[in-house]
Design a protein around this ligand. Structure first.
Ligand SMILES: Nc1ncnc2c1ncn2[C@@H]1O[C@H](COP(=O)(O)OP(=O)(O)OP(=O)(O)O)[C@@H](O)[C@H]1O
Length: 305
């Protein structure tokens, strides 16, 4: 079985004068939840449209389930569920009727799938309620249900949490996690808020002005957003010696300006400050720090802007 569900190589899309995607080589592993992060206009939807065949690349290649030929791509796309832009939801119809229309349009056999899909997204109890009376969260879940018709192996979701309140975001996150863990669906999900995808996505791709700046795993992201104690003393060299000798740690860094970042003993800051004070060091600054996810993202795109 192919290890990757989607890979692009040097994918580029130009709209007249606008370079929407610039040389993007992205890799989505089977079984992963790939969080695609970028500001508005960064190129997230464009990549999704190219991957799903809703638009055509200017140059570069797309490989889906290991296939990249034209005919093979068409076939591979049947294994995908797509929610990009609002799907055609009929406001005067119920959830079940909406799904039935999409099922018929796409030639998916059998009514049983609809009941199962409604249960999956938690809309089975909506009965005769019409879609126009749904909350935004319910509408988003109905859009997800449309994407789930036909039992896709790979879901492509463009900002499914956009506009949801915090409870709606958590519900959507739980639902997607379940689809991934229990049914094994690979998910590509975009957002302009990194923290919204945190602890959901197993992999991250950061896109800015059409360029993929970085791909990283959840582990790597967490390491980069590591918590530490920021220490400023009159003699960083002596402080470093105290940390090594008295606190038996080498998990620290002395920055060029003399500030120390200590990655251990976060639980016992007083032990650290006590050891430094006892060695006669004057402590000018002693602060627990941690780069929040959002600031990592801002810094990352800021550095490449
Ligand atoms: N059909 C189009 N014609 C011309 N320019 C386009 C078209 N579609 C997208 N663009 C431009 O390409 C760039 C990338 O847009 P895209 O929609 O992919 O960004 P995005 O990251 O999905 O942002 P958003 O969250 O706002 O949708 C933007 O500058 C946008 O204006």
């Amino acid at each position: 079985m192919n290890e990757y569900v989607l890979r692009t190589r040097r994918l580029t899309k130009k709209y007249k004068n606008q370079l929407a995607l610039d040389d993007v080589s992205l890799n989505i592993r089977r079984g992963s939840i790939y969080g695609f992060i970028g500001q508005n206009g960064a190129g997230k939807s464009t990549l999704m449209k190219l991957a799903t065949g809703m638009a055509f690349p200017t140059s570069g290649t797309i490989e889906l389930f290991g296939e990249s030929g034209e005919k093979e791509l068409v076939r591979a796309r049947r294994r995908m569920g797509i929610a990009i832009e609002q799907p055609a939801l009929f406001p005067q119809l119920t959830a079940k009727e909406n799904l039935e229309i999409h099922r018929l349009q796409r030639g998916i056999p059998g009514m049983e799938g609809i009941k199962k899909t409604l249960e999956l997204v938690g809309l089975e109890g909506t009965g005769m309620k019409k879609a126009r009376n749904f909350s935004l969260g319910m509408k988003q879940r109905l859009a997800l249900a449309v994407a789930l018709l036909g039992d896709p192996e790979f879901l492509v979701l463009d900002e499914p949490t956009n506009g949801l309140d915090p409870v709606g975001v958590v519900e959507m996150r739980d639902l997607l996690r379940r689809l991934n863990r229990e049914i094994g669906i690979t998910i590509l999900i975009s957002s302009h808020i990194l923290s919204e995808l945190h602890l959901l996505a197993t992999h991250y791709g950061i896109i800015h002005k059409g360029r993929l700046l970085e791909e990283l795993t959840l582990d790597e992201l967490q390491r980069k957003c590591r918590q530490y104690i920021r220490i400023k003393v009159d003699s960083p060299q002596r402080a470093a010696a105290v940390l090594e000798r008295e606190l038996a740690t080498t998990e620290f860094e002395v920055l060029p300006d003399g500030t120390i970042q200590l990655f251990e003993h976060l639980e016992h800051p007083s032990r650290v400050s006590g050891a430094l004070a006892e060695a006669g060091l004057a402590i000018e600054q002693f602060m627990p720090m941690g780069e929040a996810l959002e600031s990592y993202f801002t810094k990352r795109i800021g550095g490449e802007a």
